[in-house]
Design a protein around this ligand. Structure first.
Ligand SMILES: Cc1cc2nc3c(=O)[nH]c(=O)nc-3n(C[C@H](O)[C@H](O)[C@H](O)COP(=O)(O)OP(=O)(O)OC[C@H]3O[C@@H](n4cnc5c(N)ncnc54)[C@H](O)[C@@H]3O)c2cc1C
Length: 458
């Protein structure tokens, strides 16, 4: 058994882990990065990237199907799933090569194997001990299921859904959160009959109430079926399909059941608790500097309670490296993290929802403005509906931005600058937004909230 010493030993090479490795190496720290599968983790191989590639193929299918509305003669003859998967895999492979090259070009020792915490400053992998002045735990998450609901055969999670080499004719999706609506959107565009079952009262229940409502309207219009406020009871599988029963007795049949009920922290069996790491319901508890209960041991990404998003993991990884290097970085404001739900239409949001803002500041102390994309030229050209909703503190800054419509995810950059820099609507109103862009809708909404609407009624 060999022993290796580093400034930083990182367990898990996903978004959180590899960001910590890259920034640590930049700062001159010696780094070991232990990964049991592939660098890039869930986001690159089983999450963000492959699903967005499928969504792009789905958009091409929709555009082709609707081509006549734009005066173009084209017919959608079908979806060649193996070819779609080949396109998707090509993107993942290129990014994987790029990432491997990037990590390989730095002074980072990549260890291929499963690691386990075997001391307060050591991780053992392949029988070797990697001792770090600091450890970073970044072992990510797994697709959860419900008690008694076994993932097997025709009952699948996003992982198996991404591997399908055919377009299912009929699918039931358990869960109307980000992953559920994303697959609903993809499959509907590919021609599948989709039904979403959501236990909470609305689809995308974590979003602002008006966005959830608009999403339901959009999905209804697209012919995506959904049942909300109903609870799943059980599923029966046969050789040809599944029958799902709800607690209210309703039954639905389909070819597949996709379970999309959230992701759980991947922390069991890695020696965390045995070595003094405080764990709550599987999550690693940290302070706001991402330090665990063990001195010198940090945690990043989906194992830390909060938004399970790749860009949060990246930022946490960077933060930890800078903290270890003594740069005293500013803590990450979870509320300022931008969120995008990728589907047709897209949802993008940052900051407080109207309900939360009213709860914190009082309804009388906030102002809300909704700019309808009906007044936005580029949105009309694209044929999308939706809105930009702003929430401001009276005589104060913008504290929440919520958008729904095709491609609004591309506008979250400006929205997050506005919220995180605590801009006043009057300040944003004086910035020029290019015409005709969907981005203008953000500018118009701020003009209106500043009391000088242009292409909008007061
Ligand atoms: C279908 C889907 C779509 C998604 N889409 C988006 C999106 O569009 N945008 C977004 O921001 N987020 C998205 N996410 C979430 C995003 O993928 C995660 O938030 C992100 O990957 C978390 O990074 P992480 O570093 O915490 O964990 P992971 O990326 O899961 O990485 C953890 C790594 O640790 C390794 N590992 C685990 N245990 C060990 C061990 N004991 N020893 C060695 N290695 C180990 C794993 O192999 C893995 O590579 C999506 C997720 C899914 C499932």
């Amino acid at each position: 058994m060999a022993e290796h010493n580093f400034d930083v030993v990182i367990l898990g090479g996903g978004s959180g882990g590899y960001a910590a490795a890259l920034r640590s190496a930049q700062l001159g720290l010696s780094v070991a990065l232990i990964e049991r599968d592939k660098l890039g983790g869930t986001c690159l191989h089983r999450g963000c990237i492959p699903t967005k590639a499928l969504l792009h193929s789905a958009e091409v299918a929709d555009v082709t199907r609707d081509a006549a509305a734009y005066g173009i003669n084209a017919t959608l003859q079908g979806v060649d799933m193996p070819a779609v998967n080949k396109y998707r895999d090509g993107i993942v492979d290129r990014l994987f090569k790029g990432l491997t090259g990037l990590v390989g070009s730095k002074a980072i020792t990549v260890v291929s194997g499963e690691g386990r915490m075997t001391g307060q400053n050591s991780i053992t992998a392949n029988g070797d001990v990697y001792t770090g002045k600091n450890l970073v735990l970044a072992t990510g998450s797994y697709s959860k299921t419900l008690p008694g609901l076994e993932i097997a055969g025709r009952v699948i999670t996003s992982e198996q859904a991404l591997q399908l080499d055919f377009v299912p004719s009929k699918v039931i999706i358990l869960g109307g959160g980000v992953i559920g609506v994303e697959f609903a959107s993809i499959w509907k565009s590919f021609g599948t009959e989709v039904t979403i079952i959501e236990g909470l009262p609305t689809l995308v229940p974590n979003e602002d109430a008006s966005v959830s409502k608009a999403m339901e309207r959009a999905y209804r219009k697209r012919g995506i079926n959904f049942k909300t406020g109903v609870r799943f009871q059980g599923v029966q599988q046969s050789a040809t399909g599944v029958v799902v029963t709800l607690e209210n007795g309703e039954q639905f049949d389909a070819e597949l059941l996709l379970v999309a009920v959230g992701r759980g922290p991947n922390t069991a069996g890695f020696g965390y608790e045995e070595n003094g790491i405080n764990i709550d319901r599987g999550y690693v508890i940290t302070n706001d500097r991402l330090l665990t209960s063990v001195p010198g041991v940090f945690a990043a990404g989906d194992i830390v309670p909060g938004l399970q998003l790749a860009h949060r993991g990246f930022q946490q990884g960077i933060f930890i490296a800078e903290e270890i290097a003594g740069l005293k970085p500013a803590t990450i404001d979870e509320l300022g993290i931008p969120k995008v739900t990728y589907s047709e239409p897209e949802i993008a949001s940052v900051g407080l929802t109207e309900a939360k803002a009213a709860e914190i500041h009082g309804q009388d102390n906030i102002s809300v403005y909704e700019y309808n994309l009906g007044g936005n030229g580029k949105s009309q050209i694209l044929g999308t509906a939706g809105f930009v909703k702003l929430i401001r503190k009276n005589n104060g800054p913008i504290i929440g931005i919520h958008m729904i419509g095709s491609r609004v995810g591309e506008q979250i950059g400006e929205a997050q600058l506005i919220v995180n820099w605590e801009a006043f609507p009057e300040e944003v109103a004086s910035l020029v937004h290019a015409h005709p862009t969907m981005n203008e809708a953000l500018g118009e909404a701020h003009l209106a909230l500043a009391g000088k609407p242009l292409h909008a009624h007061a």
